[in-house]
Design a protein. Structure first.
Length: 176
């Protein structure tokens, strides 16, 4: 199970806003970060395809909040002319095609996506609050380095192991 979410990059760069997409494996805490210029369905699809390609494990399920880049359950479903055959979101269609379960957290319950939310807090405190960026390319480069560092950082929830160690050792942790 991989939790997926989006965090806005706190400071604009040259008057442009950017968005960090995050995927974190519940069991190993391995994660991947990418920055996009928007939070569109297209960016979401690109991000999912990328994590499927690079993740060092098979992704069987994802869990997201109810943002419009992840679901149209609260918009498109209701607007469907046939309530028994609603218009599915592009992410749901891709997940179905790839046989990946897509779980949605309950509205207003971010704690149900707690690992990615905690990850975003770490990003804010240990990365964004400590960094400035002159360009989109610099942001992408520094974020990549930060993510590599994070995946080699010891986690209490992993008994002092790093996400990369857990994956290398094949240690079994249960996603709660």
């Amino acid at each position: 199970m991989v939790e997926v979410d989006v965090k806005y990059v706190p400071d604009k760069i040259k008057n442009e806003r950017y968005y960090q997409f995050t995927a974190i494996d519940c069991a190993s805490r391995w994660r991947h970060l990418e920055v996009y210029e928007n939070i569109s369905n297209e960016s979401t699809i690109k991000f999912l395809k990328k994590i499927i390609k690079i993740a060092p494990f098979e992704i069987r399920a994802i869990k997201t909040d109810n943002g419009s880049c992840f679901t149209n359950r609260y918009t498109g479903y209701l607007r469907s002319s046939d309530p028994f055959s609603p218009r599915l979101h592009a992410l749901d269609l891709l997940c179905a095609k790839l046989e990946i379960e897509h779980y949605l957290i309950d509205p207003g319950k971010p704690a149900q996506n707690g690992k990615v939310e905690r990850s975003h807090r770490s990003d804010q405190e240990s990365f964004y609050d400590q960094s400035k960026f002159k360009s989109f390319e610099e942001l992408r480069y520094k974020l990549k380095l930060w993510n590599m560092y994070y995946n080699n950082l010891e986690h209490c929830g992993l008994n002092g192991k790093t996400p990369n160690q857990v994956l290398r050792l094949g240690v079994q942790y249960v996603c709660i």
